[in-house]
Design a protein around this ligand. Structure first.
Ligand code: F6P
Length: 527
């Protein structure tokens, strides 16, 4: 049954009409205790959803829907390794990657935990050997630069986390990332690199992704040309992949492949061997702490009652905004420079997971699913797109994320940062009436624009893992509410097929790049 046929869904639709006549500030007027009741404190983090356009009744009705779509039983099935990714007949077990040693997680008749911890132990040994200089380049020189080649989930998670953890860097090693097939990206990643001291991590679940393989081949040629022998590949390339055979065919010895399993979705793979760049950039212990933070959120998601369950509440409110209130986007605004790539990471997690229009049972869904996710760090955002969010014709809910501790000597600037964030949330909600704006409509603000605040104790590996897992589980619960499979991504396939066709047509002997490109464009537009 489609979710919108449920009586709990219909009750929400009726309620969404009714609540429009009560703007958000009025919800505070009638309930002085609203902030306390519409916020949640977990160890290390506070979630304040009091500025959402939701009343007590809204929350009751949303929680009724969560129960009707059986969030708890689906959650348990995910954690226990059931094949909930039905279109690909796979389990969804990225949560197993963060579990402590000694746990058991069975799928397909086997416990997945021994392999996970074997790989973690190998990652630790490798990271420590590179950092300690025992793993040297082909000519015996110490590795100074790590270039990670990967795209999508094989790039966005490690890139975001590595940038966010600059306070934890290992000083002897710099880690760079290249994802785009545009050779300019590889050129810039290789700028200033000494081939004798550069290590490449080829990060690809499938080891077939066109962009990654093109960059990896070019990097290998760059290295072999400089060092004069194919043998150098053994000391300068490792693979992070499920596809041992393809890595071997590329010339990477099995000992230099860090494996994971196909029940790790690409966009959830930062917790797997794909996270090796994080361990190299910081330390393996920091990577373990990152996994521990996510595990703490997993335990919360698994055990907290639904009304106090942070991912569930965030999912319900996101669903409410998108599907019931009709708001098409979500702005994710970290008021912390270290978290500036948060929305780039989240875009794939959310939009690749829930950007679907067919239900798990292949019916077209007659309601809105994933919002457009975008964002950048505050206060930069205030000088770019916030104008539209304050006064535009489209309501864009916002998630503001901040850390209570700063990592620099300028405490006053941290105070300015936080005050700006709170001011944005208040201005969005309260607005400014025509009278208060000197009767100048240009200067009036409609207000009644919803937002949530997420306050982390600090930006460190643990809290980063915690907040990323929070959003992962939010995405999962939203998929349940929409009755879609959040774990496949067939929507990226058609473009890949067409790109291959266009590539073949671009190779026209004798034609200039311009003529062949214009020819390809014109040909493909012919009926
Ligand atoms: O964008 C499609 C996708 O399959 C993502 O899900 C994945 O993260 C990315 O491509 C990269 O895939 P791979 O890790 O196999 O190279």
């Amino acid at each position: 049954m489609l979710s919108n046929a449920l009586p709990e869904w219909m009750a929400l639709e009726r309620h969404a009409q009714a609540i429009r006549s009560t703007p958000i500030p009025a919800l505070f007027t009638t309930d002085p205790d609203r902030f306390r009741r519409f916020s949640l404190t977990l160890p290390g983090m506070v979630l304040d959803y009091s500025r959402q356009h939701a009343s007590d009744e809204t929350m009751v009705l949303l929680l009724n829907l969560a129960r009707a779509v059986q969030v708890e039983s689906w959650r348990d099935r995910m954690f226990y390794g059931d094949l909930i990714n039905a279109s690909e007949n796979r389990a969804v077990l990225h949560t197993a990657l963060r579990r402590p040693q000694g746990d058991r997680v069975m799928t397909g008749g086997a416990d997945v935990m021994p392999d996970i911890h074997d790989t973690l132990a190998r990652m630790r040994r490798f990271a420590e050997a590179v950092q300690g200089g025992q793993w040297a380049g082909h000519g015996g020189k110490r590795i100074r630069t790590v270039v990670t080649i990967g795209i999508g989930g094989s790039d966005l998670g490690p890139r975001f986390v590595t940038k966010a953890l600059s306070d934890f860097y290992n000083p002897g090693l710099s880690v760079r990332f290249v994802s785009n097939v545009d050779g300019a990206a590889l050129r810039s990643a290789l700028q200033g690199c000494d081939p004798a001291t550069t290590l490449f991590l080829v990060a690809s679940k499938t080891f077939t992704t066109a962009e990654t393989m093109a960059n990896a081949r070019s990097a290998r040629t760059w290295l072999v040309d400089a060092l004069g022998t194919e043998d150098a590949v053994q000391r300068h390339f490792v693979a992070l992949s499920t596809n041992m055979a393809a890595a071997r065919d590329f010339g990477i010895a099995p000992d230099n492949v860090f494996p994971f399993s196909d029940w790790v979705g690409g966009r959830f793979s930062v917790w797997s061997a794909i996270g090796l760049s994080i361990a190299l950039a910081t330390s393996f212990d920091h990577f373990r702490s990152f996994l521990d933070g996510a595990y703490a959120m997993d335990r919360h998601f698994q055990t907290a009652p639904l009304p106090e369950n942070a991912p569930v509440l965030m999912a319900l409110l996101g669903f409410w905004n998108r599907t019931m209130m009709g708001y098409p986007a979500l702005a994710v605004l970290p008021y912390d420079h270290r978290l500036r790539l948060f929305s780039a990471w989240l875009q794939q997690g959310d939009m690749e997971s829930n950007g679907k229009s067919v239900s798990r049972r292949n019916e077209p869904v007659p309601y809105e699913t994933a919002p457009v996710i975008f964002g950048t760090a505050g206060t930069d955002c205030q000088h770019s797109f916030m104008q539209m969010i304050h006064q535009g014709t489209t309501i864009v809910p916002c998630d503001f994320i901040a850390a209570l501790e700063h990592n620099h000597p300028w405490a006053e600037q941290h105070a300015m940062l936080l005050s700006n964030m709170v001011a944005q949330a208040d201005a969005l909600m309260q607005g400014r009436s025509l009278a208060e704006s000197g009767n100048d409509p240009q200067r009036a603000f409609p207000g009644n624009r919803p937002s949530s605040l997420i306050l982390l104790d600090r930006v460190d590996p643990f809290h980063l893992g915690q907040v990323m897992a929070l959003y992962e589980h939010k995405i999962f619960v939203q998929g349940l509410l929409w009755n879609i499979n959040s774990f496949d991504q067939f929507g990226v396939e058609l473009g890949k097929i067409m790109a291959n066709q266009a590539l073949a047509a671009l190779h026209q002997p004798g034609a200039s790049r311009k003529d062949s490109l214009l020819g390809v464009i014109a040909d493909r537009l012919k009926p």
